[in-house]
Design a protein around this ligand. Structure first.
Ligand SMILES: [Zn+2]
Length: 313
């Protein structure tokens, strides 16, 4: 599972005349050519700046409208199908089961918003309603304490029936993340959420890769808490990783020693699936993960610091 974001004729004449007038005003007609060039460049830069601002404004308005539309849609869905979704998540996601009633409501809301922002592609497998819901839940579990939880850069999630070949790698994949999307073997996703005690969970593993990709590579959908805290996390994590590379063993899967990116993803799997032994054996690393993600899986409330009302959902 390797780791892996103008001109029109008449307007030109008008601009030239305006530039000459400007030069007379400054009593420097001798340098009219240079002045004309400078003023033309200045006007062009202003024109370009105006276009950029207009494009950004349109994009911001469009995004806001889409967020409001998605939120209304999600509210309607919850009104109509809350019990169905609650049952599905309770049966299949141990983290959701461990939440308080208020936490479950916020979790479900986030999952449905996450799903609204993604395209799901099904490869060699038919679509089932549980698929986007449970995959969205894996992402929301990881980002539950963060303000920005939608992994915005990733527009498409590919759900593949079973292990698959990727590129020139000789071993089959259970999942991976690339600039094209998040890929998951559905067979392994389900199996590893069913056995939620061995510290192996491809869903959480790939979402961990996706979170760092969003924050440090693609930089679309970054979260400030996560961004600012990652260096502090690494101060604790790097030495543990380096000791693993020299052969030291601990409760983390040995695959963590293959690269720092894999160490990070394996930490996330263990953080959620084996929280108590993780905290007991590597307390500083566990605490740094709690701070980084603003949550402690061992507490019913999960969040260390409440999020502002604007980011609760
Ligand atoms: Zn990986």
């Amino acid at each position: 599972m390797p780791y892996w974001f103008f001109y029109e004729g008449s307007k030109v004449i008008q601009k030239q005349e305006a530039v000459k007038d400007g030069c007379r005003m400054h009593e420097k007609p001798v340098f009219s050519t240079g002045c004309l060039t400078f003023n033309r460049m200045f006007n062009d830069a202003l024109h370009m700046l105006g276009l950029i601002i207009a494009a950004l404004l349109i994009a911001w308005l469009f995004a806001r409208r889409r967020r409001r539309y998605n939120k209304r849609r999600v509210d309607r869905l919850i009104d109509m199908r809350h019990q169905d979704f609650d049952n599905l998540l309770s049966r299949n996601n141990p983290y959701y089961r461990s939440l308080t009633a208020e936490g479950r409501d916020r979790f479900l809301h986030r999952v449905l918003l996450f799903i609204e922002g993604k395209n799901f592609e099904y490869i060699d497998i038919g679509r089932e309603e549980a698929m986007p819901l449970l995959i969205g839940a894996a992402a929301v579990q990881l980002t539950f304490g963060l303000e920005h939880f939608q992994l915005d850069y990733f527009k498409t999630i590919y759900i593949i029936k079973d292990k698959y070949r990727y590129g020139l790698y000789k071993v089959p994949f259970e999942g991976h993340v690339s600039d094209e999307g998040i890929y998951l073997s559905w067979t392994h996703f389900v199996r590893e959420f069913t056995d939620y005690s061995d510290g192996e969970n491809v869903g959480l593993h790939e979402m961990a890769h996706a979170l760092t990709y969003v924050n440090f590579t693609a930089r679309e959908g970054r979260d400030n808490i996560f961004n600012q805290s990652f260096a502090s996390f690494s101060e604790v994590a790097r030495p543990v990783f380096q000791r693993m590379q020299t052969g030291e063993t601990n409760l983390l899967n040995a695959y963590a020693a293959s690269s720092y990116q894999e160490f990070w993803a394996v930490c996330i799997e263990t953080f959620f699936e084996r929280s108590a032994p993780f905290k007991s054996q590597l307390p500083e690393l566990y605490a740094s993960l709690c701070t980084l993600l603003n949550q402690d899986p061992l507490t019913p409330e999960k969040l260390l610091t409440p999020l502002s009302p604007a980011h609760r959902d």
